[in-house]
Design a binder for this molecule. Structure first.
Ligand code: CA
Ligand code: CA
Ligand code: CA
Length: 136
């Protein structure tokens, strides 16, 4: 009886962790990602590092090189509502200033302890994941 309960519990825990992973971890926070985001290798990502990574993504997403990202170029990273909120001049695209402002806003939201850096747990939070979609 006893081992059977343990087994059942184990299965339940296993199943729920699989569910959690698919729901939350859109961007895996692993050594490979940290190597990219954390060049000074102090184990956390600060705003300068986030902006540098964000600038690289901006370049990658803007193959026509017109200095703006439209909804199509942002697909999979930012939904329509997110684009609208980050687009104060309302031209339907994000330029580098708007992109940086968005990244800075998400960075601050992902840093509830307000120490100016994102650690692994903060990067794995829902808003941290949202930020990672913009910079990874
Ligand atoms: Ca760092
Ligand atoms: Ca704009
Ligand atoms: Ca922090």
């Amino acid at each position: 009886m006893f081992p059977r309960i343990i087994l059942t519990l184990g299965l339940l825990v296993g199943a729920s962790s699989v569910l959690c992973q698919s729901a939350v971890a859109e961007v895996a926070v692993d050594a490979a990602l940290m190597k990219v985001l954390d060049p000074d290798a102090d184990g956390t990502v600060d705003l300068a590092e986030v902006k540098a990574a964000g600038a690289a993504v901006f370049k990658k997403l803007d193959p026509d090189n017109d200095g703006t990202l439209d909804a199509k170029e942002l697909s999979g990273r930012l939904d329509e509502a997110g684009l609208k909120a980050a687009d104060p001049d309302n031209d339907g695209t994000l330029d580098m200033d708007e992109w940086n402002a968005l990244i800075e806003k998400d960075f601050k939201a992902a840093d509830p302890d307000n120490d100016g850096t994102l650690d692994e747990a903060e990067l794995k939070s829902a808003v941290g994941q949202k930020l990672l979609l913009l910079i990874a």
